[in-house]
Design a protein around this ligand. Sequence first.
Ligand code: SAM
Length: 290
Amino acid sequence: MSRRDFSRQSVRRQLSGEGLRPKKSLGQNFLTDDGVLLDIVNSACLKEDSCVLEIGPGMGVLTRELAERAGCVTAVEIDRTILPVLEKNLQEYSHVNIVNGDILKVNLLELFKTYFGAKPVQVVANLPYYITTPIIMKLLETDIAISSVVLMIQREVARRLAAESGSRDFGAISLAVQYRAEVQHVRDVSPEAFEPMPKVWSSVVRLVPREKPPVSVLDETHFFHLIKSAFSQRRKTFINAVSSDGSIGIDKEGLKAVLTSLGLDANLRGETLGLNEFAQISNAIVRKKC
Ligand code: SAM
């Protein structure tokens, strides 16, 4: 594969050369659009000494572009059968390591120690959409040095990650991600940019992990449990949804008193609350319990 030859025909030819077809079950929609590829790597702002983790390299279209710009690239691919194509396409790059494994099962602490030492890492990926959220949460929740994450994901999920309180797309995942990272929208991508074409539109997003959360939370487990509970029954008011969850540790009257003390309406719904309000409510409940 020449550096720029990743047309639809080339993808088909390379796969059939190994007797392969794209695996829907692994989210294999290969990128075939030059402009999108460049937008992904440009938004990663790579330097000669950058360390990059790629998730799901597939046939290596993105990996090659990353290898051209970064000092070291490690790519984790679950599909053993595609490795011959990937290895062939990357043979000229000695600073690329391929790891055959499931990114959700890989021990990221060990992987980072082995391939990147103590250096900060930039993650770049055209993700398999069936596991987008677990991958993002694993990257953000593991205690590893990640300086930025550039991802191609389903457009609908991208909207949820960046959504603000009160909007239709806002939910528990918006809060969980925005607590840990700043979310930037890079561009939308039409299905025609892939082979085979997915049924949905996609978006490229850039997440910049925060050095510290934007709000002060006394008990993170309680904070996230409160958020989950508030969004578990979206049609109910915040008080009704949360007070029916015994593990939050507060009854209806107590919750009403907390909202009133914070100057919040007792009839509000969870989707109208932002990070700051969730933190204040959680902290007030936690303090009451002490
Ligand atoms: N990076 C390539 C591109 O842009 O053309 C392929 C992207 S394709 C959307 C997703 C890739 O992730 C596939 O190669 C698929 O085999 C791989 N994959 C799926 N599940 C995975 C997992 N759990 N761990 C690692 N790779 C996975």
